[in-house]
Design a protein around this ligand. Structure first.
Ligand SMILES: [Fe+2]
Length: 348
């Protein structure tokens, strides 16, 4: 476990970027699996900046939970299902200026996050290992690049992704909800994730068509696993209709089939990794359960394909695969923004 004394300065720098100031109210959202050193470090940093801080800790397990291991990004039952407890937690958190989400499986894909945004809170998710927080610290250059590409994604009508491995897939980006994760939340009513340098967008449901081919070395999250043989997915009208390949394909098929829900085969968001300090090989160093794979998501020049939820259409479902891919070429309205895994027009 990291020493709190080493972490407090990191958290303080991060909270300064999040515009935490004297007199503000911070709440740390935790459960039993939360890294205790992050509770101490976040609390110490908040106090050093003159803020008021306390912890809301919920149970990590519950009878409402699905009997399934590996629900990455799916929070815990207490923050998921409509109960009086969740009402009280939501009401309490809604009164904070700044909520630090220290839930290991995060609240990213739960309505609670959007409800807190609507209440005007700034929300920051922190669940990666400490060296990843330090290594992928935010900076102004990365922020500018993220904002620039986010705006291009928001303005585009079509995304085409291809790869030497055989990917040839089109998305309709009309009126897409583009988001830029810069690694800190400094505006009221916004959420971010430390560490991040990631642009995402939700294409129009039902309009993705083509073939996605994962190449050896591409990553499937939350399996936290590199594929070692090609996986081919055929996609029509926004649904994955076929998944072919060897063991890695069987993992994906088995995972999706287990939910017994046609909706889990839908395409979800797309994304672009942009952090120069993100390491593609990081998953080979970390234990599987200590990371949710932000290195792979944010790897500079990576393209992110995903399946399942879309909060903009009210689709909150438990199955979500994020699949960071290397070496892709991506065009927005015909213009190359990613050339065989190299971001075009972005300063490094
Ligand atoms: Fe995702």
């Amino acid at each position: 476990m990291e020493a709190v004394v080493d972490l407090v300065p990191m958290f303080q720098r991060e909270f300064e970027l999040c515009a935490v100031k004297e007199g503000e109210l911070l709440i740390l959202l935790t459960e039993a699996g939360t890294r205790p050193e992050y509770v101490g470090a976040a609390g110490g940093a908040a106090l050093a900046l003159g803020a008021e801080v306390f912890e809301v800790s919920v149970r990590g397990r519950g009878w409402q939970g699905t009997p399934f291991t590996g629900r990455g990004g799916m929070s815990v039952p207490a923050l998921t299902y409509p109960t009086r407890l969740l009402d009280v937690v939501r009401d309490t958190l809604s009164r904070a200026d700044f909520v630090v989400d220290l839930i290991p499986d995060t609240i990213i894909h739960r309505p609670l996050r959007d409800e807190l945004k609507q209440a005007g809170a700034r929300i920051l998710t922190v669940c990666e290992p400490a060296d990843a927080l330090e290594r992928m610290a935010p900076n102004a250059s990365i922020t500018a690049q993220v904002v620039s590409l986010r705006d291009r994604v928001a303005a585009a009508s079509e995304l085409h992704v291809s790869s030497a491995g055989g990917t040839d897939l089109r998305f309709d980006l009309t009126d897409t909800n583009a988001n830029g994760q810069k690694g800190y939340a400094d505006q009221a009513g916004t959420w971010d994730h430390w560490p991040s340098a990631l642009v995402t967008g939700y294409p129009v449901d039902d309009r993705a068509h083509g073939t996605l081919v994962l190449s050896p070395g591409d990553v499937v999250l939350p399996f936290n696993r590199y594929v070692d043989a090609p996986v081919t997915m055929r996609i029509a009208d926004g649904f994955i209709d076929e998944i072919d390949g060897e063991l890695d394909a069987a993992f994906v098929r088995d995972y999706l089939e287990s939910f017994k829900d046609r909706e889990v085969y839908r395409t979800s968001h797309i994304g672009f990794g942009m952090h120069p300090a993100a390491q593609w090989n990081a998953l080979s160093f970390y234990d599987r359960r200590e990371t949710m794979g932000m290195d792979a998501r944010c790897f500079r020049g990576g393209f992110l394909f995903s399946t399942g939820p879309n909060r903009f259409t009210g689709r909150y479902i438990d199955a979500h695969l994020d699949i960071p891919m290397r070496g892709c070429t991506v065009r927005l309205d015909g213009e190359i923004v990613l050339d065989a895994g190299v971001l075009v027009g972005a300063e490094s």
